[in-house]
Design a protein around this ligand. Structure first.
Ligand code: URA
Length: 208
C-alpha cells in the first residue's frame, strides 16, 4: 500500500484545524508547515543509522548519525512551496529540486512548464511535496520525471489524499510510498477533494 495515512493525534488535530472555511492565510500557512514537519518525520523513519565516535564532554562516545542519505525535496509548484519550510526544518541540509506543473481545469490533466533538478539524483532520496493528492495526475507526472532522471528512492508527502488519487498512484507507481494526514471521501466534478481543504495553493498564497 503506497499511501500511508498517518494516525498520529497531532497530525489529525492539525489537519482538522486546516479544514475551517474562514481560516486566515497566516494560520493556513502555519498549520501546513507543522503538518509537513510531522509527515517528514514519519517518511524518514526508516533512514539507516551508523555509529560515529564523537569527542563528548565525558570522553569519546559512539553516537548515531544518518548513514549516507542525500535528500532532495521536490516541491511541485506552486502549492508544494507551502510545505517546503516545514520539511527543511526537519532536513536542513536537503537540496531542492523544483517541478512546475499546473492542472488544466477543463481536462484536469497536468501541464508541465518548469523543472530544475539537483545533480546526483540517482544517489538521492526524493521527497515530493504537494498538499493535495486529487487525481494523482501531477504526482504521477513528477514521479515519471524523477524516474527518468535516475532517481531510485522516491517518497511523497501530501496533506490530504482522495481515494481516486490513492488508486491512481498505487496503479502507476506501486514502488513509491506517500504519507498523508488524511484520506478523504471523494473528488467532486471539478476535481476538488471532498471534504478537503479547498484550493490549497490559493490558501497558501492568499490569492483568493
Ligand atoms: N488541488 C487543490 O488545491 N484542492 C483540491 O481539492 C484538489 C486539487
Amino acid at each position: 500500500m503506497p499511501v500511508i495515512e498517518v494516525q498520529h493525534p497531532l497530525v489529525k488535530h492539525k489537519i482538522g484545524l486546516l479544514r475551517e472555511a474562514d481560516i486566515s492565510t497566516k494560520k493556513f500557512r502555519e498549520l501546513t508547515s507543522e503538518v509537513a514537519r510531522l509527515l517528514a518525520y514519519e517518511a524518514t523513519a526508516d533512514f539507516p543509522l551508523e555509529k560515529v565516535t564523537l569527542e563528548c564532554w565525558s570522553g569519546p562516545t559512539a553516537v548515531d548519525r544518518i548513514k549516507g542519505k542525500k535528500v532532495t525535496v521536490v516541491p511541485v509548484l506552486r502549492a508544494g512551496i507551502g510545505m517546503l519550510d516545514g520539511v527543511l526544518d526537519m532536513i536542513p541540509n536537503a537540496k531542492i529540486s523544483v517541478v512546475g506543473l499546473s492542472r488544466n481545469h477543463d481536462t484536469l490533466q497536468p501541464e508541465h512548464y518548469f523543472e530544475n533538478f539537483v545533480g546526483d539524483l540517482g544517489a538521492r532520496t526524493a521527497l515530493i511535496i504537494d498538499p493535495m493528492l486529487a487525481t494523482a495526475g501531477s504526482m504521477n507526472a513528477t514521479i515519471d520525471l524523477l524516474k527518468r532522471k535516475g532517481c531510485q528512492d522516491i517518497r511523497a508527502l501530501v496533506l490530504v489524499a482522495a481515494p481516486e488519487g490513492v488508486k491512481a498512484l498505487d496503479t502507476a507507481h506501486p514502488d513509491v510510498r506517500c504519507w498523508t494526514a488524511a484520506i478523504d471521501s471523494h473528488l467532486n466534478e471539478q476535481g476538488y477533494i471532498i471534504p478537503g481543504l479547498g484550493d490549497a495553493g490559493d490558501k497558501i498564497f492568499g490569492t483568493k
